[in-house]
Design a protein around this ligand. Structure first.
Ligand code: SDX
Length: 436
């Protein structure tokens, strides 16, 4: 027995030996399978990459069937209870937990890069008062790249490290400025005496007090949520980060593209959609009717389902427990009862069981964010802040991977064959073009 496939092409009767490595075959090995010398050879066709590995990575491991998530080998459950977000960001970026000295140096670096150029305030001021904070964030991060032209020098490790520090440090500042702009409140400068999560709460919620003191339970809850959202292997926005980054653009511009991908309601925008869905359901009594709509494909159960997790999302389980601790301080979110009833029924009904639909990371996180006082349009922003460390870890891995080149997929062309130009006076006689 060998680690290979023997492929027989029934069009020609020819057989091919294709090696199997790491549970995969190389798609380029299919190119040799031709019917004749004119034939360009076979390609693999995989819309939305349902079964295609785009890279080799050593950062995050997920077992969707067993509900396992590990960052650099450490189980998410242990990191959520024993670590903190900046330590996890260091782990994702460097592959090892920091020593005490490394941790102190890392926190010091992040703390002293939280300020942004004053002109960025003018940039954010230019947005309409009700601009979605994710639209502001993706624009502001793209604008940030224009303040650091040296960021495109990807061959200098020091330059690369400085851009990573800048992005992780400045994300909360830009996110808080977007929020303060949307409520017409003055911007609050970073407070270097506070933790990463504590300073974020300070920039969001400080009013006129001389010193903002975050509630320790809420500060810890936000830090744990940041840990849970830090990375998730090749999700949609990470794929955007790697694909855009493969053109060797600077990492700030690539991060702007990743934020745009996360903005979508099927991805990071789902937490906002969950709270909106729960509000529309309105009461526990309306849950059965809503689930009927879902089964008739008239609505999606937002916060449910996952491309990889075909059993529970371990993050959802941790967040569900965290919600109880937060509600002790903030008061119970009334939407929780509707969420619990949705989960209870969905986990019993064949429609959801047969499709392996379980609560994902977004199902309960929005309820906590709402209880913390965030408006729902800030929820995807709260996802983008910690995921920046994951995007940068994956980008850093891609940039130095000798196998990686500019991402440029192939296509199957089924469009028109060659045809001659038609002058405008002769048009209209041609067949009605399909309305797209
Ligand atoms: C995140 O990739 C990641 O890791 C992402 C993420 C991360 O950390 O980066 O984990 C974060 O994005 C979590 C997912 C948040 N999105 C949502 O909660 C939106 C609702 N969920 C779905 O849109 C869906 O489940 C996806 C997008 C998450 C996954 O979609 P897939 O893998 O493409 O699955 P599919 O759409 O092909 O669905 C398979 C079947 C279909 O049924 P049929 O049409 O075959 O009858 O399941 C149904 C779907 O209709 N289905 C749902 C459903 N999700 C899938 N039906 C109702 N409600 C849902 N939520």
């Amino acid at each position: 027995m060998t680690d290979s496939l023997t492929i027989t092409d029934n069009r020609t009767g020819r057989a091919y030996e294709v090696p199997i490595t790491q549970g995969t075959i190389r798609a380029t090995d299919l190119r040799q399978i031709k019917t004749d010398e004119e034939d360009p050879g076979l390609m693999a066709y995989d819309p939305a990459f349902m079964n295609t590995a785009s890279c080799i990575s050593r950062i995050t491991y997920i077992d969707g069937d067993r509900g396992i998530l590990r960052y650099r080998g450490y189980p998410i459950e242990q990191l959520a209870t024993r670590s903190n977000f900046l330590e996890v960001a260091y782990l994702l970026l460097n592959g090892e937990l920091p020593t005490r000295a490394q941790q102190e140096a890392w926190v010091n670096e992040i703390t002293h890069h939280t300020f942004v150029h004053e002109n960025l305030k003018k940039f954010i001021d230019g947005f309409h008062y009700d601009a979605h904070p994710m639209g502001i964030l993706l624009s502001a991060v793209g604008a940030l790249s224009t303040f650091y032209p040296s960021a495109r020098n990807l061959n200098d490790p020091e330059v690369v490290h400085l851009q990573i520090v800048r992005l992780i440090a400045k994300m909360p500042t830009l996110a808080a400025f977007a929020y303060r702009h949307s409520i017409g409140m003055p911007y609050v400068h970073p407070d270097n005496g506070l933790s990463y999560a504590g300073n974020f709460l300070n920039m969001l919620f400080r009013v006129s007090e001389a010193k903002y003191t975050p509630n320790p339970v809420l500060e810890r809850a936000l830090d744990v949520l940041f840990i849970l959202h830090a990375d998730h292997e090749q999700n949609c926005s990470t794929n955007a980060m790697r694909s855009v980054g493969s053109s060797r653009v600077d990492p700030l511009s690539a991060t702007s593209a990743a934020i745009a991908a996360l903005y979508g309601p099927l991805h990071g925008g789902a937490n906002e959609a969950v709270v909106r869905m729960l509000g529309q359901i309105g009461s526990v009594a309306n849950v059965p009717d809503f689930l009927k709509k879902v089964k008739n494909h008239e609505a999606k159960l937002m916060g449910f389902g996952h491309r990889i997790y075909k059993s529970f999302d371990p993050r959802a389980s941790i967040i569900k427990k965290l919600a109880d601790e937060v509600f002790e301080v903030t008061g119970r979110n009334p939407l929780l009862d509707i969420a619990l009833e949705l989960e209870r029924i969905a986990l019993e009904e064949d429609y959801f069981i047969s499709r392996k639909l379980y609560p994902n990371v977004d199902f309960y996180s929005g309820l906590i964010y709402q209880a913390l006082g965030f408006p729902s349009n800030m929820f995807p922003v709260l996802f983008a802040i910690p995921r920046t460390s994951g995007w940068l870890s994956q980008w850093k891995e891609m940039v130095v991977d000798p196998e990686q080149k500019i991402a440029r997929p192939r296509q199957v062309y089924l469009g028109e064959g060659i045809r001659d130009y038609v002058p405008v006076e002769a048009r209209g006689q041609q067949k009605e073009l399909a309305r797209t």
